[in-house]
Design a protein around this ligand. Structure first.
Ligand code: NAD
Ligand code: TYD
Length: 340
């Protein structure tokens, strides 16, 4: 079977390529990625010599190139991880989020229709549901929760989800969608909360917590997400949406304090900075549908996952040190320079 993975040089896509390569040795993985600031080819180095793995640098918005790739590689399954993924960047400039996340998804689905792809799986996010009140711990996002987005990022992902369901109904494209909560683990780009705090703490730099740090996210170890996607794409269920999450809600401030503790760094590094515009208060997933239909459940407890993640960042400075020099420093200065 030929599996085309887009965005495979990013955080979750690369972890998925590793997972899939290990689990299904007989499948071919064709990984395409534009290699934006968030894509890192060095991440995929261990796979480059594998006979069942092929990397192609391509933009999912480039229709001619995408059609050529489909013509040549004849994918059976397409898994679309490629996206602009950072909320803060979407607040600064939404335009690229609209083209990659919405137009790019439609270009991939047009090619999937044309070349008879057997499954198009869209990697979505719990952020399409908006947020939940922190004082109602009894409420969770289910697949029936209305889409109610807050940021240009989540709006572009919701737009893509609506298009996916429209292609299923209009063109009979066999689709599935997964909406996952916040992931953490190896190869996570250091602009996101957990890797940013680990790396800043390791470098004795201030830890910029937005607002009061009271916002809640539902954290899932990346390998558990990969397993969920693998179970969905190899199932015989089509046209369904699955929420993926592990009932692991935590306040940002508690995560940052935990990282300080694990790294033996003082909490005095924590700096409260100006809040994110439109900041979602709480995400919390009800994963009972995927548990019931496919038997998926998370395997890594947060206490164990965060230790593994911190250890990985300690042992893989050669992966992140080049990232946090150069272009990333310009981004950091722009985002955090005057943020009081
Ligand atoms: P990431 O930013 O680390 O990786 C995105 C990858 O897509 C990068 O390698 C980038 O080069 C590539 N890309 C961007 N634009 C492209 C284009 N036009 N053509 C081809 N490739 C392009 O993101 P991530 O955290 O790995 O997220 C992957 C997917 O999972 C995204 O769709 C995101 O919305 C979704 N998601 C992420 C999380 C999370 O916690 N990180 C949670 C839920 C859902
Ligand atoms: P992030 O990792 O950007 O993921 P998302 O916004 O998609 O959930 O942020 C996670 C939470 O951490 C979010 O509530 C914003 C907060 N945050 C900070 O407090 N400081 C930071 O420097 C960053 C990047 C995020």
């Amino acid at each position: 079977m030929n599996i085309l993975v887009t965005g495979g040089a990013g955080f979750i896509g690369s972890n998925f390529c590793f997972y899939e390569n290990e689990k299904h040795k007989d499948n071919r993985i064709i990984c395409i990625d534009k290699l934006t600031y968030a894509g890192n080819l060095s991440t995929l180095k261990p796979l480059m010599d594998e006979p069942g793995f092929k990397f192609i640098k391509a933009d999912i918005c480039d229709r001619d190139t995408i059609n050529e790739i489909f013509e040549k590689e004849r994918p059976d399954i397409v898994v679309n991880f490629a996206a602009e993924s950072h909320v803060d960047r979407s607040i600064e400039d939404p335009s690229v989020f609209l083209s990659t996340n919405i137009t790019g998804t439609s270009v991939l689905m047009d090619a999937s229709c044309k070349y008879g792809v057997k499954r198009f799986h869209q990697i979505s996010t719990d952020e399409v549901y908006g947020d939940l009140p922190p004082d109602r711990p009894d409420l969770f996002f289910t697949e029936e929760t209305p889409l109610h987005t807050s940021s240009p990022y989540s709006s572009s992902k919701a737009g893509a989800d609506l298009l996916v369901m429209a292609y299923a109904r209009t063109y009979d494209l066999p689709v599935s969608i997964s909406r996952c909560s916040n992931n953490y683990g190896p190869y996570h780009f250091p602009e996101k909360l957990i890797p940013l705090m680990i790396i800043n703490a390791m470098n004795d730099k201030p830890l910029p917590v937005y607002g009061k740090g009271e916002n809640i996210r539902d954290w899932l170890y990346v390998e558990d997400h990969c397993k969920a996607v693998d179970m969905i794409i190899h199932s015989n269920i089509y046209g369904e949406v699955y929420n993926v999450g592990g009932h692991n809600e935590m306040k940002n401030i508690d995560i940052v304090k935990l990282i300080c503790k694990e790294l033996d760094k003082p909490e005095s590094l924590i700096t409260f900075v100006k809040d994110r515009k439109g900041h979602d208060l709480r995400y919390a997933i009800d994963p009972s549908k995927i548990q019931k239909d496919l038997g998926w459940k998370p395997e890594t407890r947060f206490e164990e996952g965060i230790k593994k993640t911190i250890k990985w960042y300690k042992e893989n400075k050669s992966w992140w040190e080049p990232i946090i020099s150069g272009e990333y420093m310009d981004y950091y200065e722009k985002m955090y320079g005057n943020r009081r």
